[in-house]
Design a protein around this ligand. Structure first.
Ligand code: ADE
Ligand code: ZN
Length: 314
């Protein structure tokens, strides 16, 4: 099945061998972030964020991001992913400097042009635990690069850092520039973080959002309003939000009429890919091709690209 993926972090998709190789070239010792099998090694979410940021350390130039983009898109193409929105953070690409950001973006775009079987779009992403001022700088980078490649603005990182309201300025700026909006919420923080993201940041999609299930009124609201959840089941299981795919609320959310979609988040960190995500859902809930097609269609309909590109996916 040709697949659409909406929730994917470019650095989080870096194959461990790629990061190890780049670190070696730059004389960086990153042996502490890998386990004996060479996979990323972390015990909980905060350690995951730390390992993630260490894995970013060897990525210091636009050319490094071009190489990363090629590695990531080759893997996506193998999964028959035909449309991919990836989160890219100005904080990691030039430290929030607009001119540097544009060079990184240009390199990523050129690399993506070399793999036309995957349509790549960028969602510019603030990192929540870097604070509201850094988020504002990311929003300025987003404003300065909005177009047919940069289609959205979002925020990831530690959901419990600061208040959602603290980031209103950045999201307002991105919305005024014409960008679509999404925010990580309802992964580590409860349903209130989903409500706050909708009320204060006025997002159209929620990254994860699965803990909305703890608030039946919110579930009703999500179903009625059409806010889309970017659900990443294997990410949630690997990080311990839920003990197993069978215990994951995706099926209940879907039955309640919420627009759910399926993504990988950070595939090698969670030993997953798009095929594996659908296979695990099939195993846990008995879902077949019909359900997979419906989930994929929901993702296509919620894509942040222009209407013409979206229509080609549906
Ligand atoms: N950055 C990369 N993956 C993330 C996740 N699952 N939650 C928050 N921030 C992230
Ligand atoms: Zn994420």
């Amino acid at each position: 099945m040709p697949k659409v993926e909406l929730h994917h972090h470019i650095e989080g998709a870096a194959p461990p061998a790629f990061v190890r190789g780049l670190a070696q070239e730059k004389g960086l010792d990153l042996s502490n972030i890998f386990d004996a099998q060479g996979a990323y090694d972390y015990a909980d979410f905060l350690q995951f964020l730390d390992i993630y940021e260490q894995a970013v350390r060897p990525l210091t130039s636009p050319e490094d991001y071009a190489r990363l983009t090629r590695a990531v898109l080759e893997e996506a193409a193998e999964e028959n992913v035909v449309y991919l929105e990836t989160f890219v953070s100005p904080a990691f690409c030039g430290g929030g400097d607009v001119a540097a950001w544009k060079e990184y973006l240009h390199a990523i775009r050129e690399a993506a042009n070399g793999l036309p079987e995957v349509v790549l779009k960028v969602v510019v992403t603030a990192v929540r635990h870097f604070g509201p001022d850094a988020a504002k700088r990311s929003a300025v980078c987003a404003q300065e690069s909005v177009g047919d490649f940069v289609v959205g603005f979002g925020m990831g990182g530690d959901e419990n850092a600061g208040e959602v309201r603290d980031f209103t300025y950045a999201f307002d700026a991105a919305r005024e520039a014409g960008l679509h909006l999404t925010n990580h919420a309802g992964e580590w923080a409860g349903p209130l973080s989903v409500r706050d993201s909708i009320e204060h940041l006025k997002v159209e999609r929620i990254g994860h959002g699965v803990r909305a299930i703890e608030d039946p009124k919110l579930v009703e609201y999500l179903a009625a309003s059409g806010v889309v959840l970017e659900v990443c089941p294997q990410s949630n299981v690997s990080l311990g939000v839920y003990p197993s795919t069978a215990a994951h609320p995706i099926a209940k959310l879907r039955e309640a009429g919420v627009r759910v979609t399926v993504s990988t988040d950070d595939p090698p960190f969670f030993h997953t890919d798009m095929t594996h995500e659908y296979m695990e859902l099939a195993r846990a809930f008995g879902w077949g091709l019909e359900e997979a097609r419906a989930l994929n269609r929901a993702a296509a309909e919620a894509a942040f690209c222009d209407a013409g590109t979206r229509a080609d996916l549906i």
